[in-house]
Design a protein around this ligand. Structure first.
Ligand code: UDP
Length: 166
């Protein structure tokens, strides 16, 4: 972590961002979301399209197993293509989550009308995007989607050039 005069400075982070099947189904929405990523100064480190089997969905969302929306979520996330990104910028995890807005679309429309979920979300389940919520989950989730990618190695190699702007 980089500290300047006791204050948090530019802390480079990686996060996992996923465009869910509801949004991928609409090419214009996809384009708008991709543009949002670029407009918000994220660097796209990796990007891939993929389709989950039901068991991938169950594994990724295991923490929600037993909740009322779990089956609906699992079916939805394995219902069609998704696009996954590894995104870099300072404070990436918080910035991407802010850009997405609250989980529940109705709430997002009231509290964060500019957010992605407010503008493009259809329901609490079909809410367009996923984003990691902590450094630990970013590392785990990046590993889930991009098993050949090492967060630690990338940081070691790239972080110094981000810091110096080279
Ligand atoms: N979800 C849902 N109903 C709810 C809460 C969550 O369908 O009442 C779905 C929604 O797609 C959400 C995902 O489950 O994005 C994971 O929920 P979480 O609480 O982790 O929210 P997130 O981190 O995605 O904002």
């Amino acid at each position: 972590m980089l500290l300047t005069a006791g204050r948090l400075s530019k802390v480079l982070q990686l996060t996992l961002a996923v465009i869910k099947p509801d949004a991928v189904a609409h090419p214009l929405m996809m384009e708008a979301l991709h543009q949002r990523i670029l407009d918000n100064k994220f660097v796209v480190v990796r990007c891939k399209d993929l389709v989950w089997r039901k068991q991938d969905s169950e594994r990724f969302y295991a923490e929600h197993s037993g909740r009322f929306f779990y089956q609906r979520l699992v079916e939805f996330m394995s219902s069609g293509p998704m696009r996954a990104y590894i995104l870099a910028r300072e404070d990436a995890i918080r910035h991407w989550r802010e850009l997405m807005g609250p989980t529940k679309v109705f709430r997002a429309r009231y509290t964060s009308p500019e957010s992605i979920r407010a503008q493009f979300g259809l329901t609490d389940t079909r809410n367009t995007t996923h984003g990691s919520d902590s450094v630990e989950s970013a590392k785990r989730e990046i590993g889930f989607f991009f098993p050949d990618f090492s967060v630690d190695e990338w940081m070691e190699k790239e972080e110094p050039s981000f810091r110096s702007g080279r």
